[in-house]
Design a protein around this ligand. Structure first.
Ligand code: ADP
Ligand code: MG
Length: 332
């Protein structure tokens, strides 16, 4: 089993340009004692108002702006596990930042992920924040999750088997699980504060958002997905589906939240994506496979993960990041 040091070194040896790096995890990994480097399961910043805590991310209110912190928490089967995945928060934040910087044909909320340019009030929290957090513009989030599907998976596959359609999109007969759809489809869901988001029809979406916003977020979502899908496919990662969120600031609609990460999307390794099979998750498969061996009933509390599963999973997240972005992971 490879240790964390080797995993990080491998990423380094994979051709990451040292010039691009502010600091690389190698520095922290060598002795495991680099001052600012730690796994993060909980994030509280005394004196800074927390707006909400999600399964993985924490959102803090800075007035005009928000601070979004990605912890190293991981969820599986809808439960948050008690074990941290090293560098997962950094991967999520820096992958979103990459897309926000490159998919700039849609306006988005991203301001910076560079800790040294964060406001003074945040400077005491470097160890918790650097590399895993971003400042964004505060918006009024639209109440719809903008899901785009390019492949038949999950609830879409179940829906297709039962009805021949996915969320009302009629599809050709004979498609298999993991088949690529003839055209990607937009399948919005109404955000639920508790429990699961609920799929809605296009006309329900228009009733909720109005015609103009509905058309806008649908075409933005389709375009973003297509760019992300193509970029990922070129490096051997299938983005089977993904979810975007949008918010309103003034009279502008902005892409908000996270963008094309393994937490907001279904990533599959291209080589195992065979129609008719159930492709493994690029990032979470070791975790799922392990949990399936336990006979756990998938209700909280979730079991802890053993070290080898943690290390292999961490490596997968870092691998997805470096492959997709061509960047080196910056750590505290
Ligand atoms: N720019 C923004 N303005 C307002 N709210 C935002 C913005 N970006 C993200 N959010 C909100 O932050 C929240 C993130 O929390 P959540 O999705 O529960 O976290 P997780 O994905 O870790 O479970 C979402 O409700 C999202 O709508
Ligand atoms: Mg979320």
């Amino acid at each position: 089993m490879r240790g964390r040091k080797e995993i990080i070194q491998q990423q380094f040896l994979n051709g990451v340009s040292a010039g691009k790096l502010r600091k690389i995890a190698l520095a922290g990994a060598v002795a495991g004692c680099y001052a600012g480097w730690m796994d993060l399961l909980e994030c509280d910043l005394p004196g800074i108002k927390k707006l909400r805590g999600g399964k993985v991310r924490e959102v803090f209110d800075l007035g005009e702006t928000l601070l979004i912190v990605a912890t190293d928490r991981i969820s599986a089967f809808d439960c948050v596990l008690p074990t941290a995945i090293p560098h997962k928060g950094e991967v999520l934040t820096q992958m979103s930042a990459y897309w926000f910087e490159t998919l700039d044909f849609v306006s988005n909320h991203f301001l910076t992920a560079n800790f040294s340019s964060f406001p003074n009030v945040l400077q005491p929290f470097k160890a918790q924040l650097a590399g895993r957090s971003m400042l964004v513009r505060k918006t009024r989030p639209l109440p719809v999750e903008c899901v785009v599907r390019g492949y038949l998976a999950g609830s879409g596959w179940k829906d297709y088997q039962a009805t021949g359609a996915v969320c009302g999109h009629k599809l050709p007969e004979g498609l298999l699980q993991a088949s690529r759809l003839p055209n990607s489809i937009f399948t919005p869901a109404k955000k639920a504060d508790t429990g699961h988001d609920e799929n809605i029809t296009w006309s329900q979406c228009r009733a909720l958002l109005g015609d103009e916003f509905s058309h806008e977020v649908r075409s933005y979502s389709m375009e973003l997905y297509e760019h992300g899908r193509a970029k990922a496919a070129a490096v051997g990662i299938i983005v089977a589906d993904t979810k975007f969120e949008f918010g309103v600031a003034g009279d502008e609609v902005l892409l908000i939240d996270e963008c094309l990460t393994p937490d907001s999307s279904r990533f599959w390794p291209q080589e195992s994506c065979v129609p008719g099979g159930n492709p493994p998750s690029y990032d979470k498969q070791f975790v799922r496979d392990y949990l399936e061996t336990l006979g756990w009933d998938k209700s909280p509390p979730a079991p802890a993960l053993p070290q080898d599963v943690v290390e292999m999973t961490s490596q997968k997240y870092i691998e997805a990041f470096t492959k997709l972005t061509g960047r080196g992971l910056l750590t505290a």
